[in-house]
Design a protein around this ligand. Structure first.
Ligand code: GLY
Length: 378
């Protein structure tokens, strides 16, 4: 680990980070070259539906996080191998998830090496993602239809900014900026909550209504969608330096902090009816907490307000403190193959409800890595 002195909190985070390495190593050993998405009763490999193939970058990305913090060459070798298995996805026009796939794999690999060939893959993936742009409504369409805009895309659009910056491509930047503004204007509400989906008239580009796939209702606040927005706009601010996007992320953070249950882990939808039986009622989504912890940690360094910085940092740490307890971390759950329990993939389809989900494991490790890389700040 990077520092010899760690606080009590730091030790618990390091323990969780080491547990995550053991779980991922065991999954590689058990099912080589397999990219898990969500568990069924704690087990990764099953015949359950995928809905869409979007999570490979998280599994390989875990290996990059492990390498970057430990410098263990075995993790580097695995990270490169699993990243290479995803390279063909740079041309994939069927999903809006190329940011998830490439920013967590080829970007750390490129940052380690400066290899132009890796950069070319990233730029191509950014260009492919930009092909989803709908000029009439000015958004990148989701994988479900031309008239559909998802909040999730806010975590993918940083790939287009990255490609635009690296290639000096003004058209790519224009597309990415337009997407961020349309998403802000149509999916982010004045109180900072977010709709999951916006439906447009694909011919005229007119905005028609809010919708949802994974949330409680069209007008509710699906917790993971809000986390994607919070962390996504923070990343876009980091890539563009444009205050307008920092403002959106801080608006999301205000809603998050005002509505979080006392234990720091949100229910799957902030407006779910908690009197309903599970999975509709009081089902937690630990993956949303892990994503938001990453975003709040970064926002603390980005905001101009010292007072808000302190609130964001404290909230991120409180959420992480909870996630590394055995209630959430699978460290005391024999036979459980994931890292983080009590995540949710898709409630309506009953996929991965109250299970480990690959992005929950990834963003927990990403958040731990952020703190462990600066242990004195914890
Ligand atoms: N497809 C992104 C999500 O499930 O959050």
């Amino acid at each position: 680990m990077v520092e010899t002195f760690l606080s009590h909190r730091g030790h618990r985070y390091q323990q969780a980070f080491e547990f995550a390495q053991r779980q991922v190593a065991a999954t590689i050993e058990r099912t080589p070259d397999y990219f898990p998405i969500y568990t069924v009763e704690g087990r990764w490999q099953h015949a359950g539906e995928l809905w869409t193939d979007w999570t490979g970058g998280f599994f390989a990305g875990l290996m990059w996080h492990f390498f970057r913090l430990t410098r263990d060459p075995a993790w580097r070798q695995r990270a490169e191998h699993y990243s290479r298995l995803l390279e063909h996805r740079q041309f994939d026009r069927d999903v809006h998830d190329l940011g998830f796939i490439f920013l967590n794999t080829y970007r750390p690999w490129f940052e380690e090496t400066g290899d132009e060939r890796l950069l070319a893959v990233l730029i191509q993936a950014g260009r492919t993602l930009a092909m989803r742009f709908m000029p009439r409504g000015e958004y990148l369409r989701s994988f479900v239809a031309g008239e559909s805009l998802f909040i999730d895309i806010m975590m993918n659009v940083p790939l287009i900014f990255f490609a635009a910056n690296q290639a000096g491509d003004a058209e790519l930047e224009r597309i990415a900026l337009a997407h961020c503004r349309t998403t802000r204007n149509r999916l982010v509400r004045p109180d900072g909550s977010t709709a999951h989906e916006g439906i447009f008239d694909a011919t005229s580009g007119e905005f028609l209504r809010e919708e949802t796939h994974q949330g409680w209702r069209p007008d509710s606040a699906w917790a993971r969608g809000l986390a994607w927005s919070l962390y996504g706009y923070s990343q876009v601010y980091a890539l563009t330096g444009r205050q307008e996007f920092l403002d959106v992320s801080e608006r999301n953070a205000a809603f998050w902090l005002a509505n979080l249950p006392p234990d720091g882990v949100p229910y799957w939808d902030f407006r779910a009816d908690l009197t309903q039986p599970l999975p509709w009622g009081p089902q937690k989504d630990s993956s949303a907490a892990a994503i938001a912890a990453c975003g709040l940690w970064d926002l603390a360094a980005q905001t101009e307000s010292l007072e808000r910085a302190e609130r964001y940092r404290a909230a991120a740490l409180a959420m992480l403190d909870r996630l590394v307890e055995p209630e959430y971390l699978a460290i005391d759950t024999p036979g459980w193959q994931g890292v983080l329990k009590h995540g949710v993939y898709h409630t309506r389809k009953n996929l991965g409800v109250d299970e480990s989900v690959m992005w929950g494991d990834f963003f927990l490790v990403e958040a731990l890595a952020k703190v462990l890389a600066n242990p004195r700040s914890a």
